[in-house]
Design a protein around this ligand. Sequence first.
Ligand code: PMP
Length: 381
Amino acid sequence: MSLIRPAVRDDVALIPGYHSPQLDVAVRLNTNEAPEPPPADFGPRLAEALAGADWNRYPDRGAEALRTRIAEVEGTTPDRVFAANGSNEVLQSLALAYGGAGRRALTFEPTYALHSHICRVTGTEVVSEPRAEDFTLAPDTVGEAIARHRPALVFLCNPNNPTGVAEDPDTVRAALEACGETGTLLVVDEAYGQFAPWSAIELVRGVDDADAVPMVVTRTFSKTWSMAAVRLGYLLGPTWLIEDLERVALPYHLDVMTQAAGELALDYVGEMDRRVSRITEQRGWIEARLAELPVRTWPSSANFLLFRPDDGSGEEVWQALVDRGVLVRNCASWPGLEGCLRVTVGTPEENRVFIDALGLVLNIGQPPLGSAVDAHCPEER
Ligand code: PMP
């Protein structure tokens, strides 16, 4: 029997897949996950909560209890919270509702590759403008680009991935002003927001009519909350936008386990804040060690650092690190990031192994036992 093979959409056929190779190595510092599991009693408490679940029934469609807890922690109201399976699904919901055929999204590169990928998958045209050489973005550049392209959506990332650089508050303010004039939705992706010195959420606090601000801030449980396995993310935005997103979300998209895990995780705010402090302390340690090596780095406000070997040998250095059991993210061939690698902040031990391996690979040699490097590595508490 001859079959006519169904053809994928022409525009989808042109989209390369999005991959982060997972290799079986001892030290995995390539996906910006939390280095520690959730607190010890999280698992047993979750099991207890799920023991009472109505498994034969659909979950709470509006995820009311979860949204109420998120709103309490973020200082807003549940009708300004939308939750989905990872912040990637939140971003996809935004593209489905506000992008699509005949509409355009604006990104400032280099940035998180999924912003443009998700837009293309939803049939949204993507236009991109470059960041400055130090990966910052001037307020004027953003305002001018929004006025010129008149996009339906504009994406910023605070702090940005993979550069780690925080956006300037004035840049976000300028974007917001320009968006207000063009009917554009500003999406500020704060997947790493807890590690940064400021949040775009602050721009909405104290505003008389929060619903008049055409901005959403997206966040995730995958990093600070040590819950990448669960797939839970959310956004804070105007009430009218939450209603629009409910139109595109599939019925019961958040299952009972995800909702329970999210609610429970929010009982550990103090513990998570302490973890953020430990990670930022470790980030400082890595930054100081990198400063002693022949690499360029950029100031990071996230749980990872971007660096580039001075001799441009990013690709070779990546492979040599893998050969020594250390996996970092290989950005060396990404546009605007030529020769760059990105390392996630791990446990103190993982960070030490990474720095020692990098020193060896760059021919700096291994520090002697009990050297300054060992003495200054802040231990986890
Ligand atoms: N935004 C940014 C900037 C990210 O780096 C990531 C994770 N790589 C996400 C969103 C998606 O996170 P998740 O879907 O796990 O919530």
